[in-house]
Write a protein that binds this ligand. Structure first.
Ligand SMILES: Cc1cc2nc3c(=O)[nH]c(=O)nc-3n(C[C@H](O)[C@H](O)[C@H](O)COP(=O)(O)OP(=O)(O)OC[C@H]3O[C@@H](n4cnc5c(N)ncnc54)[C@H](O)[C@@H]3O)c2cc1C
Ligand SMILES: NC(=O)c1ccc[n+]([C@@H]2O[C@H](COP(=O)([O-])OP(=O)(O)OC[C@H]3O[C@@H](n4cnc5c(N)ncnc54)[C@H](O)[C@@H]3O)[C@@H](O)[C@H]2O)c1
Length: 453
């Protein structure tokens, strides 16, 4: 049996953690069953955002008429686009591997527990007083044979001429935007009548209106049957009103959520407990029910976001190696949806603030006061603030419009340092940068609070 200072199971974001611990001169065993870099780098955030880069250029060209410029896309070289993306994906493992140091022993294969502090990998037994589980999630399986999940398009083996995407969350909307922009006939199949149902209702409403202008969406529908025959699916949809629709689509992709990878860990050999969704339980210091065994990132089933996973892993490092004594408390977890239109959000939605019976004001301010925003010649972008009436604390902020994911960082900074919306009113803005749109948004909110005092 080999003894290590730390064993890490799952080499996604945690491969950086392995490198950091190795740099302290400690021996680390890093166990990865697939490609280093995990979901985000190989089949998630990065390759999907690289594709969104192409989609953004196409959307701008398509919208040029707004600026009295006639333009026509002559050709979209799908082969080059996907080859580029595939070659990035093919480089990820090597790139992560090259960053590891001599103290990290990389084991390739599925790691699992024999007991609380013994892990088996490829018939070798490893032990450590510190074991970190960072095994992430996998896509929920498609309901029909031959259908894809997002894992099947990163890398993409065959470019379809048409694709149907089931789902209405982050992945379905981001990918529908990409495929549609690239000129691949795209249909989004939604079982209810909402898109991005976790967003604030005002954001959802504007998003649905704008997004539907580009994307062919079938709401209130279920795939009753899908048979792959002669290079395409024959899809039968049953709508809520029981009507039936039949059509063909070359590809069918399911983006209906993700599930825990905990099953592969043989946790029945340990004291580690899982919750009713199959995610590993932990305390405030990321420790599972087994002493010295920790769980971080998607494997804990809390946020499913790369920035959350990265933050947690850095924090665990501080707990284990830098004497950090306080638990990590994410008061505000931001996210963005990289679609067209783009959304960014942090904190409570209006509905959540109401459910919590908080004493708050809501403001919704168009970006149109800014010349830079006017220059974009689009009407819908706005910022919505939900702010505590007594303390001026920002409880939630929701944006929809170009570069929202960047713009929201100004709000995040205030929330992080000293959460009081009055800072956004008092600070100096470069005129007429897009961020300046936060000034009237803050002024409106504060005016509203003061009116009610
Ligand atoms: C299409 C898509 C787009 C996304 N876009 C974004 C985005 O824009 N922004 C964002 O914040 N998040 C995004 N995410 C989510 C993000 O990818 C995850 O939150 C992040 O990857 C979680 O990191 P992790 O290290 O916890 O897990 P993972 O990256 O999933 O890593 C877990 C690793 O563990 C390995 N593993 C599992 N079980 C075992 C075992 N028993 N033995 C050995 N190895 C094992 C897996 O092979 C994997 O490499 C996206 C996800 C997808 C699917
Ligand atoms: N920009 C980002 O940060 C980003 C991008 C992509 C993914 N992610 C992460 O990846 C996670 C997974 O993304 P996702 O889109 O798969 O999950 P999701 O939870 O965002 O959305 C899943 C959707 O599928 C629908 N659904 C579930 N079962 C269904 C069924 N049987 N038939 C039809 N529809 C069904 C749900 O109603 C929901 O709208 C997200 O939670 C997110 O944290 C983040």
């Amino acid at each position: 049996m080999k003894t290590y200072d730390t064993i890490i199971i799952g080499g996604g974001r945690a491969s950086s953690l392995a490198k950091k611990i190795g740099a302290l001169g400690k021996k680390v065993a890093l166990i990865e069953k697939s490609s280093l870099g995990g979901t985000c780098a190989n089949r998630g955030c990065v390759p999907s955002k690289l594709l969104i880069g192409y989609a953004d250029v196409i959307r701008n060209i398509q919208a040029s008429e707004r600026h009295y410029i006639s333009s026509k896309i002559e050709n979209i070289n799908l082969k080059e686009i996907f080859e580029d993306n595939n070659s990035f994906i093919n480089s990820v493992d090597e790139s992560y591997k090259s960053r590891l140091n001599e103290n990290v022993d990389l084991y390739r294969g599925v790691g699992y527990f024999l007991s609380n502090n013994v892990v088996e990998i490829n018939n070798e037994k490893l032990t450590s007083e510190k074991i970190i589980i960072a095994t992430g999630t996998s896509p929920k399986e498609p309901l029909f044979e031959g259908a894809w999940t997002s894992d099947d398009i990163f890398p993409l083996k065959k470019i379809p001429s048409s694709i149907s995407i089931v789902g209405s969350g982050f992945i379905a909307c981001e990918l529908a935007n990409v495929f549609n922009a690239l000129g691949i006939k795209t249909k989004l199949l939604v079982r209810g009548d909402e898109l991005l149902s976790n967003e604030d209702e005002d954001i959802q409403e504007t998003f649905k209106k704008e997004f539907s202008q580009n994307i062919d969406i079938e709401f209130n529908t279920t795939v009753k049957d899908a048979k792959y025959k002669d290079d395409s699916f024959e899809i039968i949809l049953e709508n809520k009103d029981k009507s039936i629709k039949k059509y063909k689509s070359e590809a069918l992709l399911y983006a209906i959520g993700r599930e825990s990878n905990a099953k592969s860990l043989k946790l029945e050999n340990t004291d580690i407990e899982i919750d009713d969704r199959g995610y590993i339980k932990r305390d405030d210091f990321f420790e599972t029910k087994a002493k010295g065994v920790y769980v971080v990132g998607d494997a804990a089933g809390e946020y499913m976001l790369q920035h959350a996973a990265a933050y947690e892993m850095n924090y665990l490092y501080k707990i284990l190696f830098e004497d950090k004594k306080e638990p990590l408390n994410f008061k505000y977890m931001p996210h963005a949806v990289f679609t067209s239109p783009e959304i960014a959000s942090v904190g409570l939605t209006q509905k959540q603030a109401q459910e919590k019976n908080l004493d708050f004001v809501v403001s919704k301010t168009s970006w149109k006061a800014s010349a830079k925003a006017q220059a974009m010649k689009i009407d819908y972008p706005f910022t919505k603030f939900i702010v505590d009436k007594n303390s001026y604390e920002i409880l939630g902020c929701h944006m929809i419009g170009p570069q929202s994911s960047t713009m929201i960082h100004q709000v995040l900074t205030v929330m992080y340092i000293d959460n009081d919306i009055r800072h956004l009113k008092e600070m100096l803005y470069i005129h007429p940068a897009l961020s300046e749109t936060l000034l009237p948004a803050a002024i409106n909110t504060i005016k509203d609070i003061e009116k009610r005092k």
